[in-house]
Every structure is written in structure tokens, then in C-alpha cells.
Design a protein around this ligand. Structure first.
Ligand code: NOJ
Length: 573
């Protein structure tokens, strides 16, 4: 049993981002405004009011910048323009104006670790000589072996295969190699280069001046590599460099552990990255209340907390929490640890369960053994138990949204959307699938366009024409927004209620403690600002304590005062 010590206290100076619920839009798949089967900014603007109704505070957009779309926009060829696939800068301005009128903020994605190979700088590097200033903006090296035919070191791409690609020089001969921690179309920048640093300062200002409330920073634990580019000691193709979150269980001191992890993964989580973060933070601080949220896959959480020290990022996605299964002991541990380690640096915990890189939690939680981050679930895999996934996902969301701090929700989770686990391989686009020759199906299954109106057309109203860049599974018709809007007990109405009560009782800025007095060996309970949140993990129903039931994940409220398994209730004591 946990103690009932207070683990979080309300702050007087709580900036909006400390408590906000931020909705992630994956622009390709939110809403298609022009009928070409690809989501776009006009589509977002026309449907944005539903996010206001849902009750979120801000929207983070995955990249919509100019890009050859080799990694769905995380391969940027022009950081200061919108890709025609999604619209243009005027569409962006209109979208910001619409958001403002609804009281919503817009956060854009910054992709600083790498550009597209079509970026003008990389093209210039290809056409310049080894050792030139143009090459020095990226990470070019001579190969090993008699004729430079071997890659400069043993680094592997997160998407599979080698992290180096050899180019052909101007004389037609095989030449130097360039580094790409992701796809070969995504060359890594050389962040030791002043020119690269200056360029990104100007990218930040460009979007801040245009009304962005801030940035989600892609691969915020990348950018800096150990000098001399030594070999990796422990290979893992996850974004944390660890095969599973449990890999970091250790008896070493924290300093020893971090030193070891920095050494084992010479391109993840290097100390030099903090200088870059501080530089960006000082730019944001010139503006009013802008924010940055780090995508830093570093564990343990005490290490991740270094990304949100007072002069660094405001938020960092709590991936330790995301990777925690629906399990009483593990959840208790990760919540306690999160509140302690982030609290120690004066930062909130930023809770998250789903995004465009992981299996949707309505599917993930249906499994007892969670597949590795980035692997996906394909048609030949064991298929999930849909009902169990739904039950647990609703409970997990209700458990998360009662916690103090900020939270991110990924488009479609408010509909309870499952992963598309039977997507035909002919539709796959994720470079992971191609670079691993299909061994890992990758992330397409969580990126499928949203169903808006059941049966309106083949895309359930995602686009007016029924076109859709990835097909929806049949089940999406049942999950369509039109089926859930106003339907008591639907996941959409559950989310609305959770967000409403969370705001009403200021739970984002709450006083939090575990409530052992309400717990037995199968339940977990906490009290946040006077609201009791109780979760039942077992098959045995438990009696719901006295008080006003504010919200419950149970469909049937006439259950005579008992909370069933994999259910959560919020009670005003
Ligand atoms: C993290 C992004 O979330 C992911 O989608 C992308 O593939 C990699 N970074 C590379 O930019």
C-alpha cells in the first residue's frame, strides 16, 4: 500500500501549460477539406469547433511543413512553409485565427535533429566537396576499409538497417557517408555548427511571430553526438535506445546509470543537448507565455526530468507512463515516481497514453505483453481482444485525466479508436516497414483517418469523396463521431465529462495523494483536490464509496453501487 503523503500541491504561478489538456492532430488524418483523401488545414479549421466542445486547451500539430513525405512530414525540406498537401501559409493564418476565436492555442512541431534530403542545404552538401562548409552542416564522414567502403561506425537506424548512406561524389566515384538516425531521406544535422544553431533560432521566431503558442520538439534527446562518433555498445531500434522500459532497472547510482546510458548510446541524451534547449528557452522567454514540449525518449524518469529543469523545456512527454501497462502496482509506482522526479525540478508531469508512433492504447491494453515501441501490429499477429482493450483504455484514460499536471490526447482516442491491426501491407507507408523488409509492420495502424459520420461514404465522412490515404477498418463505422455524439456511455461523452470535471475541480493544479483508506489489494485510489479516483483491476467488483459520482467508465450506471473490473469512477467526497 502506498502512503497517503501529499505528492503534488497546487501552485500559485501555474502557467497554462502546467495543467492543460492538449490534443494532437495528425494533419494527414484529421479531416480532408478538399476531397483528395489527405487531411489538410482547411479541413482542420472547418471542424475545429468539436475540439472546443471536447474541452481541450490547445492543439499540437504533427508536421505540415514542406516535405517529400518520406516519413509523413518528419522529413522537412522547408521549415518556413506549408506543404501544398496541407494548404499554404494563409490557411495556417486562418487556422490560428479560428483557434484564437475559440480560445484554443496552436502548437507546431519542430524537427531539428534532421532535415529532408531534399532540403536545399543537403542538396548543396551533396554537390560540394568533402570538408566544405556545406558538408559541415550535416554529419559526413569517410568510410572505413581500404576504399572507404564500410560505414564509419556501427550505428543503426531507428527504422532498421544502417544509419549511414554512401554518396556518389561529383567525379562519379563512391564517396563519403552521411549519418541518418532515421530514414536515409532524413540526414542528421551537425548541431556543433553555429550556422545550424542560428538557422533554427530563426525558424523558432518565424512560427512564434506567426502566432504559434510553442513547439513540440521532435527527437529532443537527439541532435548532439559524442565526439569521434564511437560505436554503439547496446543496439536497440526504439527511440529510447532501450528494448523495454524495464532495461533500466539497476543497482547503480543515478549518476553512474546516466553516464553508462550516455556511453552506450552515443547519439541519445547527450549532455550537450541541454545547451541547445537553454538557447531556445531564452528565445521563447522573449515572448509571452509560449511553451516547448520535448519528445525525449530517455529513461529512467529521473533522467527525463533533466529536460524540464527551470531554464529548459516546459514539458516533456511522460513516456514512462505511456509504456506502463494497465497494472495496479506498476501504475502506482510510475505515478509516484513521476510526481517526485518532475516535482523535484519544479515541472509538472505531462501524461500521455497514445500518439502517432505507438500502438493506440485501446489496442495496446488488450495485450498482456506490450509490443515494442514502433513495431506495430499486423494482420499476421495475434489479434487483440477488442472488448478488453476498450474497457481498459477507457479506464486508463479516466485514471490519467484525474492526475495533476498536463496531459496530451491523440486524435481519435476520444472515440476509443483501436489500432488498424489488419491493414493490408500494400497500403503501408512507414519507412520502418520497408527498412525491415516487413519484419516490423510499423506505425501506419495508428495513423488511419478519423471516422466522422458513420457510413457517409467509404471514409465515414473523413473526406467528402470517400477517398482516404489509408483505408479505415470496418469497425471504424461503429466508432464514428456521429454514433457517439450525445450518446450516453459513449467514449466521446466520457472524455467530455472527464475534461469538464477536471477543469471544474482544477485537478490539473491539484493537491494529490494516494488514498490507501479506499484501497484493497485489487484497487488503486487517489484523491486530487477532493475528488476520489478509484480504479478496479480485478475480476471482483468493489463497493463504490459514498459521495457524488461525477463520472464513471461503466456503461451501466445502475450497477447497484459496485465498480466492476477494469473500471474507474470519480467521486466527489
Ligand atoms: C519522432 C516522430 O514522432 C516520428 O514520427 C518520426 O518518425 C521520428 N521522430 C523522426 O522524425
Amino acid at each position: 500500500m502506498p502512503t497517503s503523503a501529499i505528492l503534488a500541491k497546487p501552485r500559485k504561478d501555474a502557467g497554462w501549460w502546467r495543467t492543460s489538456v492538449i490534443y494532437q492532430i495528425y494533419p494527414r488524418s484529421f479531416a480532408d477539406g478538399n476531397g483528395d483523401g489527405m487531411g489538410d488545414l482547411q479541413g482542420v479549421t472547418s471542424r475545429m469547433h468539436v475540439l472546443k466542445e471536447l474541452g481541450v486547451d490547445a492543439i499540437w500539430f504533427s508536421p505540415f511543413f514542406k516535405s517529400p513525405q518520406k516519413d509523413a512530414g518528419y522529413d522537412v525540406s522547408d521549415y518556413k512553409d506549408i506543404d501544398p498537401l496541407f494548404g499554404n501559409l494563409e490557411d495556417f493564418d486562418n487556422m490560428v485565427a479560428k483557434a484564437k476565436s475559440l480560445g484554443l492555442r496552436i502548437i507546431v512541431d519542430l524537427v531539428p535533429n534532421h532535415s529532408s534530403d531534399q532540403h536545399k542545404w543537403f542538396q548543396a552538401a551533396l554537390h560540394s566537396a568533402p570538408g566544405s562548409a556545406e558538408r559541415n552542416r550535416y554529419v559526413f564522414r569517410d568510410g572505413k576499409g581500404e576504399n572507404g567502403e564500410l560505414p564509419p561506425n556501427n550505428w543503426e537506424s531507428v527504422f532498421g538497417g544502417n544509419a549511414w548512406t554512401r554518396i556518389t561524389e561529383a567525379d562519379g566515384q563512391p564517396g563519403q557517408w552521411y549519418l541518418h538516425i532515421f530514414d536515409s531521406s532524413q540526414p542528421d544535422f551537425n548541431w556543433e555548427n553555429q550556422e545550424v544553431q542560428d538557422e533554427f533560432d530563426s525558424v523558432l521566431r518565424f512560427w512564434l511571430d506567426r502566432g504559434a503558442a510553442g513547439f513540440r520538439i521532435d527527437v529532443a534527446h537527439g541532435m548532439i553526438k559524442v565526439a569521434g562518433l564511437p560505436d554503439v555498445i547496446h543496439h536497440s531500434s526504439t527511440m529510447s535506445g532501450q528494448d523495454s522500459p524495464d532495461d533500466v532497472k539497476t543497482t547503480e547510482s543515478e549518476e553512474e546509470l546516466i553516464a553508462r546510458l550516455e556511453k552506450e548510446n552515443p547519439f541519445w541524451g547527450q549532455p550537450g543537448v541541454h545547451d541547445i534547449i537553454r538557447r531556445w528557452r531564452s528565445i521563447l522567454d522573449e515572448y509571452d507565455d509560449r511553451v516547448m514540449c520535448a519528445e525525449a525518449w530517455v529513461l529512467p524518469l529521473s533522467r527525463m526530468a533533466r529536460w524540464v529543469r527551470p531554464d529548459e523545456y516546459h514539458q516533456t512527454f511522460n513516456f514512462g507512463y505511456l509504456e506502463t501497462p494497465w497494472n495496479k502496482e506498476k501504475l502506482e509506482k510510475v505515478v509516484t515516481e513521476s510526481l517526485e522526479v518532475f516535482g523535484a525540478v519544479g515541472a509538472p508531469s505531462t501524461w500521455v497514453l497514445s500518439n502517432h508512433d505507438v500502438i493506440r492504447h485501446a489496442t495496446r491494453m488488450a495485450y498482456n505483453q506490450i509490443p515494442r515501441q514502433g513495431d506495430g501490429v499486423g494482420p499476421n499477429y495475434e489479434q487483440p481482444d477488442e472488448a478488453r482493450g476498450q474497457r481498459r483504455a477507457r479506464a486508463a484514460s479516466a485514471f490519467m485525466l484525474g492526475l495533476p499536471g498536463g496531459a496530451y490526447i491523440y486524435q481519435g482516442e476520444e472515440l476509443g479508436l483501436p489500432e488498424h491491426t489488419t491493414l493490408d501491407n500494400k497500403y503501408r507507408q512507414d519507412p520502418t516497414f520497408f527498412r525491415t523488409k516487413g519484419e516490423r509492420v510499423g506505425r501506419d495502424g495508428c495513423r488511419v483517418p478519423l471516422p466522422w459520420e458513420a457510413g457517409a461514404n467509404a471514409s465515414n465522412g473523413f473526406s467528402t469523396t470517400g477517398e482516404s490515404w489509408l483505408p479505415q477498418p470496418d469497425s471504424y463505422r461503429r466508432y464514428a463521431r456521429s454514433e457517439q455524439e450525445g450518446t450516453p456511455g459513449s467514449t466521446l461523452e466520457l472524455y467530455k465529462r472527464l475534461l469538464k470535471e477536471r477543469k471544474a475541480f482544477d485537478m490539473g493544479n491539484g493537491e494529490f495523494r494516494w488514498a490507501p483508506e479506499f484501497m484493497n489489494e485489487n484497487t488503486l485510489a487517489y484523491i486530487n483536490n477532493g475528488i476520489l479516483v478509484l480504479a478496479n483491476f480485478s475480476g471482483d467488483p468493489v463497493v463504490i464509496p459514498a459521495g457524488e459520482i461525477l463520472v464513471t467508465t461503466q456503461h451501466d450506471l445502475r450497477l447497484e453501487g459496485e465498480l466492476e473490473h477494469d473500471q474507474v469512477v470519480w467521486i466527489k467526497l
